[in-house]
Design a protein around this ligand. Structure first.
Ligand code: MV4
Length: 448
């Protein structure tokens, strides 16, 4: 087992990883920017290294600075958290060159899944159902037209290097295609320096269901249920829950086994997420994430598994502590992402936390790195905490969440807390009948 791990991240996820390391008897090294001198992850780690100025490109994204911090502290492995360098194949490769273990999948798996066309081809190879569309890149407008007519409008133009919706264009009919095709290309070129575009049938009212997978890197692979991440705004998830109120356990078993099989066949190592759109009782693969995700705690709650511990065990060569047969989900879990943002515009609201009181009691988990007197810096994303509740069933989880939200106090900065109290009172949330557009439509209605 590793003796010392460096956490190449900040905020609640850095703290999350440090907690597991401590429980495993592993020493921790925090890295921090000049804006994070007083951050909780720095206080909680055994050692810390300042890696640069506030700007993340010069600190949390600076590969040379992080490699130096590893060398100085004698760290044997790096946990990247989510965001920042977590899906950066170059970073994983350079760590490998320095004989430092990247806690995550191989460079080649990161590369494959980073290109959405390659990812889709891999999934097709392993029998994972995908959205109907072009076979790979669409290189010119003539091919685009032929493919679009074949699959039928509406279609969606996507960037191969994309994800997160950048460069995506919905095309409703033939006359729109040419303009949007070249717009998609130029946006993709600008954002990713890669203008490769592919086409899919546009699904109009899907849910976003993701399967948590885990591989031992030697041909063993399992799935740990699903997460319904449909409640989102502008591609930012707001609330996630498991199990999904809109998909049956039998359907999850089927797509879960298909997903676990794919992970096994490709000898995937560590935690991953296979993302699907779900519409009219069918699953369609869209992307795979090769990292631990923000919303992983709801999976941990229902399966009673520490995913970070399993990541570290697999990375160190000890292997996973559980098998598919040993897994049994229990109850229902919901996560609320609490952002320092001002409603109704969701504009960032950094500043000094004057008061913070975390809810407690049975079935409550608060993952946060803020504290009384902490100043939320303006340089990073606005997530300041995640409230996770777990209960025997969905109705009880919703009640527990309402209770916990009432207990949670954050003063000094604006937060998205009140939004959750309102969502919980909505019939479509209570009935579970929502899709990826529900929250944005609801917010628009509220503004009228
Ligand atoms: C789609 C889609 C509908 N049809 N693909 C958005 C970002 C990227 N991860 C994939 N996305 C979508 N792909 C087809 N063929 C709708 C979306 C989409 C979406 C997906 C998941 C969660 C939220 C979303 C919000 C808008 C659009």
């Amino acid at each position: 087992m590793f003796k010392k791990i460096l956490i190449a991240n900040r905020g609640e996820i850095a703290l999350r990883v440090i907690r597991t390391c401590k429980e495993m008897g592993i020493k921790t090294v925090a890295v921090y920017s000049q804006a994070d001198v007083n951050a909780m992850h720095v206080r909680m780690a055994d050692e810390s290294v300042c890696i640069g100025p506030a700007e993340s490109t010069k600190s949390y994204l600076s590969i040379p600075s992080i490699i130096s911090a590893c060398e100085i502290t004698g760290s044997e492995a790096v946990h990247p958290g989510y965001g920042f360098l977590s899906e950066n194949a170059k970073f994983a490769e350079i760590l490998g060159d320095h004989e430092i273990k990247f806690i995550g999948p191989s460079v080649s798996h990161i590369n494959t899944m980073g290109d959405k066309i390659n990812a889709k081809n891999k999934m097709v190879e392993f029998g994972v159902p995908c959205v109907p569309g072009s076979n790979g890149a669409v290189n010119n407008i003539e091919d685009a037209r032929i493919t679009a007519r074949e699959i039928g409008f509406p279609v969606l133009l996507k960037a191969a290097a994309g994800g997160g919706g950048i460069g995506m264009k919905i095309v409703f009919d033939d006359p729109q295609l040419e303009t949007l095709f070249f717009q998609a290309k130029s946006e993709a070129k600008k954002s990713f320096n890669d203008d490769t575009i592919y086409i899919e049938k546009y699904l109009e009212k899907p849910r976003h269901i993701e399967i948590q997978v885990f591989g031992d890197g030697k041909g063993g692979g399992v799935y740990l249920g699903e997460r319904d991440c449909s409640i989102q705004r502008r591609h930012q998830k707001v609330l996630e829950e498991t199990p999904s109120p809109g998909v049956s356990a039998e359907e999850i078993k089927e797509i879960g086994e298909i997903s676990a099989n794919a992970i096994s066949k490709m000898k995937y190592e560590g935690a991953g997420t296979i993302e699907f759109l779900y519409e009219d009782k069918n699953f369609f693969f869209i992307e795979m994430n090769t990292r631990l995700q923000v919303e992983h705690p709801i999976t941990e709650a229902v399966f009673g598994i520490d995913l970070v511990k399993e990541q570290i065990c697999v990375a160190s060569g000890e292997g996973m502590s559980f098998s598919q047969e040993s897994l049994e989900p229990k109850g229902h879990a919901i996560e609320c992402r609490i952002n320092a943002e001002r409603l109704p515009t969701f504009s960032p609201s950094p500043g000094n936390i004057k008061e913070f009181h975390s809810p407690g009691g049975i079935g409550i988990r608060m993952d946060s790195a803020i504290y009384n007197g902490f100043t939320v810096p303006p340089h990073y994303d606005s997530l300041i905490g995640k409230l996770i509740v777990h209960a025997d069933d969905r109705q009880m989880a919703v009640r527990r969440l309402a209770r916990a939200l009432d207990e949670l106090i954050i003063d000094g900065v604006y937060t998205t807390l009140d939004l959750f109290k309102e969502i919980l009172n909505e019939e479509q949330f209570k009935s579970g009948e929502y899709n990826i557009h529900w929250l944005e439509n609801w917010l628009t209605d509220q503004a009228q």
